[in-house]
Write a protein that binds this ligand. Sequence first.
Ligand code: NAP
Length: 280
Amino acid sequence: MAQPFGLAGVMGWPVSHSRSPLMHNLWLKQHGIQGVYVPLPVQPERLADALRGLVALGFAGCNLTIPHKVAAMAHVDEVDPLARRMGAINTVVVQPDGRLKGFNTDGFGFWQSLIDAHPGFRAEAGPVVVLGAGGAARAVVLSLLERGAPRVRLLNRTEDKARQLADELDAQGRIDVLPWSEREAALAGGALLVNTTSLGMQGQPELDLRLDALTGDALVCDVIYVPLETRLLRQARERGHVTVNGLGMLMNQAQPAFHAWFGVMPDITPELQQAMLATL
Ligand code: NAP
């Protein structure tokens, strides 16, 4: 029997900025799979219809980006337990019986990007400082807790949102919510600092943070990938810290989704990295 034509895409509103089509189409080509991955501009009020349409159109599944990651949970038939804890899905896989199953691969992508940059890093290494309490923070905090981070110091401009995140992640008291104004003092003794806010992203204000309290061997990570080196990462690099930008998280979160749809685990090749860098 002829191989079915592979179809997948990313639903967002807007979606034209997404680099996912570039990645997945390159992987389809590299693996000789006939198919295409398309941007799918889906208005929030059409999300349920669009997700159901995947089955009728013969899609293997889709990714979800802003603003659909939370809302989509209500429109799939089953949600993976980790994604349920995270409170958001970024990947939908059409099951053989036509049911839709939701996953979240952002946490995996984040963790893998840390390990790629610093293979010896262990979550147990010490307290982790996470700035922000939005969607990216949920994935980052949960992935670190799952891998044994002893304590997470969580700071967000809107403190209530950080408290809500801590309550929802059910972290057995391992998350300490601190006021945003204490973000410099909170760095003392931290093994890892992660910025998950949009501060420092192109078009956004800079993150205002002095790193003096951070010990020399701490890892510094920013989930932002435009620009590739934020002011935070530049400051950290100049102080001699190992730094990790958001591009690795973006590429690594895509791998398990591609595998779930097309049955092959793709590699992050130099060709893919070059192609992605050329768009930034
Ligand atoms: P989000 O849910 O909208 O959260 C935004 C976060 O930024 C909130 O914690 C918000 O604080 C904070 N923030 C925004 N403006 C601020 C300001 N002026 N001062 C202090 N804090 C501010 O967004 P998200 O989905 O988590 O995305 C956050 C960033 O991560 C974006 O830059 C996005 O591109 C990036 N990201 C990267 C990847 C990747 O694969 N590399 C994946 C997902 C996201 P409040 O709660 O106080 O508003």
